[in-house]
Design a protein around this ligand. Structure first.
Ligand SMILES: [Zn+2]
Ligand SMILES: [Zn+2]
Length: 277
């Protein structure tokens, strides 16, 4: 299994000299499970992945959206391979709100907000909204398993786990921690090789001691909560994801250093980084 980080920033793209090290694009991960191409979320990092995939067309990809907040879908209208006939994309979301994933992705491309409609994209696309706890097997040989669980976020969010050939990655973004480790997320991440986790805030930012008021109820977690979940679930490696837009490279580096004191095998997600399992 191979995991490539294309977008690791939370909430809004943050280009500029202060974010060149970790990157400013919003959520997008490429996972290769054997020869199966899986894409987690369609934030602005998806545009860069699309450029890379132009060299590998035609392809078949399985996309899983955690939810449809802007920062997780905004790259989709700029995902160039989706305009190219011959590519096949299977898009999955979680059942959260009254609109389907297809309606939401089409909605962000509706006139007058965008000049080209979803139905004019040339790739073949199928849409499926998943129920909580639904287990999918995908790929030509059906040797990749996708499980999910709901996280804790306004308008709902799904976390996904991908298992293939004894290796696994678990992606939990946009999910607030509460007083105890969420038992559903602990179960989803149990024993996983890599846990990518919403570590938007430091505990001080979350509590409102710095960076404005408290962030309780905003639907995001701290790096410390990520470390607690990683320990409780017996995770091998923790990846701190969804860096707050206000965090400079120095601040993310500090977050990473502090997290390593709590859970040594931790890294802050950085654009372009690859994990091989
Ligand atoms: Zn987000
Ligand atoms: Zn969100």
């Amino acid at each position: 299994m191979r995991i490539k980080m294309w977008g690791v920033r939370g909430s809004i793209p943050t280009p500029g000299p202060g974010t060149v090290e970790f990157g400013g694009n919003t959520s997008c991960y490429e996972v290769r499970a054997g020869d199966v191409l899986i894409i987690l979320d369609g934030g602005t990092g998806l545009r860069l992945l699309g450029q890379d995939l132009l060299k590998q067309m035609p392809f078949e990809a399985w996309m899983f959206f955690s939810h449809v907040h802007w920062d997780h879908i905004q790259g989709f209208p700029f995902f160039t391979p989706a305009f190219v006939r011959g590519n096949k994309i299977h898009l999955h979301g979680g059942i959260n709100v009254s609109r389907t994933l297809e309606e939401t992705l089409a909605g962000q491309m509706d006139y007058p907000s965008f000049p080209v409609h979803l139905t004019e994209m040339g790739a073949s696309m199928t849409f499926r909204d998943l129920y909580e706890g639904e287990v999918l097997t995908i790929g030509e040989r059906n040797d990749v398993t996708i499980t999910n669980a709901r996280g804790n976020h306004p308008n709902g969010v799904y976390a996904y786990r991908i298992d293939h050939a004894g290796k696994s990655v678990t992606y939990i973004t946009d999910s607030e921690h509460y007083a105890i480790v969420d038992p559903k997320l602990k179960k989803l991440a149990a024993g996983t090789d890599v846990l990518i986790f919403d570590a938007t805030y430091t505990p001080e930012e979350y509590a409102g001691e710095v960076g404005g008021g408290p962030k309780t109820g905003w639907g995001h977690a701290t790096f410390a909560a990520g470390c607690e979940l990683a320990k409780a679930a017996g995770v091998k490696q923790l990846v701190l994801h969804h860096h707050d837009p206000s965090q400079t490279d120095a601040m993310v580096r500090d977050k990473e250093r502090r997290a390593r004191e709590l859970f040594p095998n931790t890294m802050a997600a950085r654009e372009g980084h690859v994990i091989e399992l």
